[in-house]
Ligand binder design. Structure first.
Ligand SMILES: C[S@@+](CC[C@H](N)C(=O)[O-])C[C@H]1O[C@@H](n2cnc3c(N)ncnc32)[C@H](O)[C@@H]1O
Length: 262
């Protein structure tokens, strides 16, 4: 490489580094032309370290497929879906700062991805269903997590649903009866009973951590919302398939102002 070429590359890298800094603090560590966007992430090279643990559970060739990435943040997973050849990838997030990062990263890396400012509670506005829906790292940030699952099931999911949530408590799974007498109370104490921990104040300094399920709860809520669990490639990640729901008492989406949910 000539000294001139090396100088141009250094200039380009400095320009990227300046844009990355100008776009604020990054949660996703992306490599954009040799510039790391979040090199000091508290979870390491995140989310690449996570992705490596479940990437083989998603088809390697996504040609002909459409993907929706809910809570896409700076677009790490949207970009990975596009790398696998997905025809169309839509990333939604309600945070404009993250969407600006995602748009910059996708443009700089040469991936055509549609990013939209949209809350998970408003997915009906997309007016479209997707072959693959990613719902990674968002569930526990919601005040109404089961409503979100119901809305995703009803409005945007058709086949594969890739889910990840922070989990705490027991990892036990217990086979439960279909029904219990009103006098039965011991079952609630069992480690394998589905439980969600409500965080009134903060967890890990983050005021948006609202509900943290145990493993049994994640699985039960997914089944209850119409998602069959077909793979469990990583402790927090479940691969599911959309299943038609029999009619029954479920949460029903009544459109109200988005602010009421956020
Ligand atoms: C912990 S990050 C996870 C990002 C990415 N999905 C991942 O797994 O690395 C949570 C993301 O969800 C977004 N988010 C939180 N609540 C949301 C909502 N109601 N609708 C859409 N996005 C939301 C946040 O802005 C943030 O980008």
């Amino acid at each position: 490489m000539s000294a001139e070429t090396a100088e141009i590359q250094t200039d380009l890298r400095e320009q990227v580094a300046q844009r990355v800094r100008a776009l604020g603090d990054w949660f996703h560590n992306l490599d954009i032309g040799g510039v790391q966007t979040a090199p000091d992430h508290f979870l390491g090279d995140y989310p690449r370290v996570k992705w490596r643990r479940f990437q083989d559970a998603i088809p390697a060739d996504l040609h002909g497929k459409t993907v929706l990435d809910i809570g896409c943040n700076a677009g790490f997973y949207s970009i990975e879906m596009k790398r696998r050849g997905a025809d169309r990838v839509v990333g939604i997030d309600f945070d404009e700062k993250y969407l600006a990062q995602a748009q910059f990263a996708a443009d700089a890396l040469g991936f055509e991805i549609e990013f939209r400012k949209l809350s998970v509670y408003d997915v009906h506005e997309l007016g479209e269903k997707f072959d693959i829906v990613l719902f990674l790292g968002v569930f526990y940030h919601l005040r109404h997590p089961l409503l979100a699952l119901d809305l995703i099931h009803q409005h945007v999911a058709t086949d594969l649903f890739i889910f990840q949530s922070l989990q705490r408590g027991s990892e036990a799974i217990e086979l439960l009866e279909d029904d219990y007498e009103f006098s039965e109370t011991d079952v609630f104490e069992r480690p394998g009973f589905p439980k969600m921990y409500f965080i009134e104040k903060r967890y890990s300094g983050d005021p948006t951590n609202w509900w943290i399920p145990n493993r049994a709860c994640v699985e039960a809520m997914l089944r209850s919302a119409g998602f069959d669990i077909v793979d469990h490639p990583e402790a927090e990640v479940l691969v599911c398939r959309h299943r038609a729901l029999p009619s029954g008492p479920r949460a029903i989406y009544v459109p109200i102002r988005r602010d009421d949910y956020d």
